[in-house]
Design a protein around this ligand. Structure first.
Ligand SMILES: O=C(O)COP(=O)(O)O
Length: 215
């Protein structure tokens, strides 16, 4: 148990405001009304194609215009994926502390690799991770267990997955990997509905929790 793999959106970074801004830019180009932050947040977690499909359904956009909506989102979001995006409180010292205690760290997100790397770079945490698996790295996405297995394989170690959502909990359960739930992210269901070995709401508590779990 010497590796900790983290989800990204809703776990390490609060990215929903930036994703919602790019969604609404893409919607405006299709002459559609903006969606609320809460609505867009509820669509995050299954990757970009699923996000755009749900936005299109909510906005009454036909199948024919979905490709244009997807392109509009990509050009707005990839221009600066750190716009309105920040680390949750206490993430940086927590990650540095885990590295200093000897843990290897990785990322397994459904966000595509390119914006994932841009976010890790610009928020100053890229150097802390030994493996980064995005939504387009493996042939399948979470909740399929393959991307999570790949992240641990790349580090050559076993360990724990830390995430915030139904998708993350289901992925860890299918992979047979212990799951720790961050309760302040983008989860829709009550905490009790997500299988987890432990939960936390403040990054200041995570290091002690993981050290106990790994012992
Ligand atoms: O749905 C996405 O694009 C990313 O979501 P995740 O970082 O929570 O996996």
């Amino acid at each position: 148990m010497t590796a900790i793999v983290f989800d990204l959106d809703g776990t390490l970074v609060d990215s929903a405001p930036g994703i919602a801004a790019a969604v609404n830019t893409a919607l405006a180009a299709q002459y559609c009304r903006p969606l609320s932050l809460a609505q867009v947040t509820s669509f995050i977690g299954n990757g970009v194609p699923a996000l755009i499909e749900q936005v299109a359904i909510a906005s009454g956009i036909s199948m024919l215009r979905r490709e244009a909506l997807l392109e509009g989102f990509r050009s707005a979001y990839y221009a600066d994926p750190t716009y309105l995006t920040a680390l949750f409180d206490g993430v940086l010292p927590c990650l540095e502390g885990l590295r200093a205690s000897g843990f290897r760290l990785g990322i397994c997100t459904n966000k595509p690799e390119e914006p994932t790397h841009q976010i890790l770079d610009k928020l100053g945490i890229a150097g802390l991770f030994d493996a980064v698996v995005g939504g387009d790295t493996a042939p399948t996405r979470k909740p399929d267990p393959a991307p999570l297995h790949l992240a641990f394989e790349r580090m050559g170690r076993s360990g724990i997955y830390v995430g915030d959502s139904e998708v993350d909990a289901a992925c860890a359960a299918q992979a047979g990997i212990p799951f720790v739930l961050f309760t302040e992210g983008y989860r829709k269901a009550p905490v009790e509905d997500l299988p987890h070995m432990a939960k936390f709401s403040r990054y200041g508590d995570l290091s002690a929790l993981l050290s106990r779990a790994a012992a």
